[in-house]
Design a protein around this ligand. Structure first.
Ligand code: NAP
Length: 331
């Protein structure tokens, strides 16, 4: 028996469990040159929401009634491919299936070290690279500057803030609960953290937390939170625009304050990016993140749901703030 999760309906607004469907198939057999994979850990990411819309983007939309995909760590359980042997662990963009065959293209072998296996979906994977490269290649942090991070307790935000701290910035995080405020200060060593859900005047709270103004704004959420941060930027501020999760469930364009006058007045740089823009720097960035992790200068946090059937629930949880750090499903 092989469970498969399909996109049954394109979500309208916030995704619902009923947008997904679990089907049962036979377990496939690996042909010549193929391997049979058993899914172990599934990466749950906000960008998947964009792929559920029938709209042009930097990745093609998911097809209706077909399996969804994301970053997956899988174990090789049968092999007719000389590159892989039974017991190897691989990472790749794979289908939401318990078992699947692959010809190995696009798969990367990863060390089978239980203590660090899931790190390849987070701090040593896509989200860690996004945080590090977005901050260093667009934010250009300098010691003594003030960095504000939105979505600060999530997979990308928690790493961006720690890298900023390590590079000498004063770091302020914006997040959605008092527990996450505590996590940012205690585990990730942010200087200040603000609960955007309970703060009445966010503009004022950011001003108070950033007495010298904001030099870098690492934006993961967009919308009203970002409007409040932009009111506090300094001259020559840099804004790596990483994501806009607060707007992903909007059906059409949303009217906000026009930001051009602020950017002009402050000679500020705002640049959207996709982590793959910096693909040539992945090896060096991974080396740096690995070194900081091994030296104990970076920590990471994971929220792990258990069970294949809980993949859709974990995905919906991203929009409720159910995760601290990287959202992962363990199969
Ligand atoms: N550019 C790239 O290449 C790239 C790569 C990876 C990720 N991203 C983007 O980076 C952002 C963070 O991704 P991630 O994987 O690290 O996810 P994440 O931050 O671990 O999880 C999503 C978090 O977003 C927050 N959130 C949800 N709805 C919100 C809303 N309406 N307003 C404000 N915050 C909201 C929630 O935290 P709270 O409890 O704090 O609300 C939630 O825990 C996303 O926008 C994602 O699309 C971009």
């Amino acid at each position: 028996m092989n469970k498969v999760i399909l996109l049954d309906k394109r979500p309208v607004g916030k995704p619902q469990i009923s947008d997904f469907k679990i089907n049962i198939e036979d377990v496939p057999v690996a042909d010549d040159g193929e391997i049979l994979l058993q899914t172990r850990y599934v990466s749950i990411d906000p960008y998947l929401r964009g792929r559920m819309n029938d709209a042009e983007s930097y990745v093609p939309p998911f097809e209706l009634k077909k399996p969804l995909q994301s970053g997956i760590i899988a174990e090789v359980i049968d092999s007719n491919n000389t590159r892989f042997k039974i017991g190897d662990f691989v990472l790749g963009n794979l289908d939401w299936k318990e078992y699947q065959v692959s010809d190995g293209k696009g798969l990367r072998s990863i060390p089978n070290e239980p203590a660090y296996l899931t790190a390849y979906l987070g701090i040593l994977g896509m989200t860690g690279l996004t945080a590090y490269l977005g901050l260093t290649q667009i934010g250009f942090p300098k010691p003594g500057e003030t960095l504000v991070v939105s979505g600060a307790a999530g997979a990308v935000g928690s790493i961006a803030g720690q890298v900023g701290k390590f590079l000498g910035c004063r770091v302020v995080g914006l997040t959605g609960s008092d527990e996450k405020v505590q996590l940012l200060k205690s585990k990730f060593h942010f200087d200040e953290a603000i609960n955007y859900k309970t703060t009445v005047d966010l503009n004022r709270a950011i001003k108070a937390a950033c007495p010298d103004g904001v030099d870098i704004y690492f934006d993961n959420v967009g919308g009203k939170i970002s409007d409040a941060v932009l009111n506090n930027i300094n001259k020559y501020a840099r804004i790596p625009l990483c994501g806009a999760i607060s707007l992903y469930n909007e059906s059409g364009p949303v009217l906000g304050p026009y930001i051009q006058p602020i950017l002009v007045k402050k000679s500020a740089l705002i640049r959207g990016f996709i982590v793959s823009d910096f693909a040539d720097q992945f090896p060096a960035a991974t080396k740096q993140l690995t070194a900081w992790l091994m030296e104990g200068n970076l920590s990471y946090h994971e929220t792990i749901y258990e069970g294949f059937d809980h993949i859709p629930q974990a995905f919906l949880g991203l929009f409720d703030g159910s995760n601290e750090g990287k959202m992962i499903v363990k199969i």
